[in-house]
Design a protein around this ligand. Structure first.
Ligand SMILES: C[S@@+](CC[C@H](N)C(=O)[O-])C[C@H]1O[C@@H](n2cnc3c(N)ncnc32)[C@H](O)[C@@H]1O
Length: 348
């Protein structure tokens, strides 16, 4: 009975996905499912300005911002992208040994696709795989497709918000429907976990992951006895390229460097003492009326907008977090500097 229901659930989900009018075919091969459009994103930007708190996915929107982020990752200004990538290369053989059988790789927030390339180049030596790429930025999906063009796997892309209810669940079911005998391997890399609501994403994963499925998650970590900002986040987030990314976003609403400045704050989480929070704020020098998407918003001098926030965890807090959301930690990988932790998990 359960099998019949699961099968039906997959069939229905897959049909809904395939019939969505916004779907398009890119380069004659890749089916791109569009769940987000520029109107939704502008509305979310407006809502973020109203609430003085912007959603991080807004940073990667548009060709210029996608390229700015890629430039940042390859610059001397921000080391964590390169360090995570190097670390992944050092553990991919072990991952290949642990995860058995054919897979659907479902990347949550694929960025430029470099990490999925590292995993798939190794995994394809021993198995079949398909790639399902999810990202809110259509421009980063395009970059990934370019980057992964030579990789011999079937690809599909989903321009979607990973914390929008049911989207990941639909995609997980759809992948299984496409390749029934494969397990789903979700990747959630680059410490994107620290940018989104943890309860939202873990609740979604709990509803989505099936027995046998895996998820690989990258976390920024510090030892519990390490001092303030041992990863140098204030410096990493405060560089010129990052400032450029924040201002390019704000300029959409007419806010410029003449109106205020950006600052980085690093603090312990207010309620969870084993998690540190990095917050980037824009502060207005003087009052300003901002006009965007048909609305007028008033900001007083000294007011702030939270532009981005991210987290640094202790290793103990990662394990506690994963287990409290019902995950079984299959293996943890920690780099020599103790600043990067990758966890391979299944749902209990
Ligand atoms: C920090 S980057 C990491 C990219 C890549 N996974 C890596 O490790 O290099 C975050 C990525 O997640 C995407 N992203 C952030 N929030 C998202 C959301 N709510 N829904 C979908 N994608 C999101 C961004 O567009 C970006 O590509």
């Amino acid at each position: 009975m359960e099998n019949v229901l699961t099968k039906l659930e997959h069939e229905i989900t897959a049909d809904i996905l395939l019939n969505r009018p916004e779907n398009e075919i890119v380069d004659n091969t890749v089916l791109v499912h569009n769940y987000l459009n520029s109107k939704d994103l502008n509305r979310q930007f407006l809502c973020g300005l109203e609430n003085r708190r912007l959603d991080v996915k807004l940073f990667y929107q548009g060709e210029q911002q996608a390229q700015n982020w890629i430039n940042l990752c390859h610059s001397e200004e921000y080391c964590h992208y390169r360090n995570f990538l190097k670390f992944l290369k050092s553990i991919v053989l072990q991952l290949d040994e642990i995860i058995q059988g054919d897979i659907n790789l479902i990347s949550l927030g694929i960025g430029d696709g470099e990490k999925e390339k590292v995993i798939l180049e190794q995994f394809l030596l021993n198995r079949q795989a398909g790639l399902f790429m999810v990202d809110a930025s259509v421009d980063l999906i395009r970059s990934s497709l370019k980057n992964l063009a030579q990789l011999g796997v079937a690809k599909e892309a989903f321009v979607a918000d990973i914390v929008q209810h049911n989207v990941i669940k639909d995609i997980g079911c759809y992948a299984k429907k496409s390749n029934r005998d494969r397990i789903n391997l979700y990747t959630f890399m680059g410490s994107t976990i620290g940018n989104v609501s943890q309860s939202a994403i873990f609740n979604i994963l709990r509803e989505t992951m099936k027995p046998g499925d895996y998820i690989l998650i990258e976390f920024h970590v510090r030892s519990s006895d390490e001092n303030y900002d041992s990863l140098g986040m204030v410096k990493e987030y405060g560089g010129d390229i990052n400032r450029g990314i924040y201002f390019t976003l704000l300029e959409k609403s007419g806010i410029t460097e003449d109106d205020g400045d950006v600052s980085v704050e690093y603090m312990r989480h207010h309620t969870l003492p084993f998690i540190d929070v990095i917050e980037i704020y824009f502060s207005f020098y003087k009052s300003k009326i901002v006009r965007f998407f048909g609305e007028e918003l008033y900001f007083a001098g000294g007011e702030k907008i939270l532009m981005e926030s991210s987290c640094v965890y202790t290793i103990e807090s990662v394990i506690h977090l994963l287990e409290s959301y019902g995950m079984k930690v299959v293996k943890t990988f920690q780099d020599n500097s103790n600043h990067y932790l990758t966890t391979l998990c299944q749902m209990n």
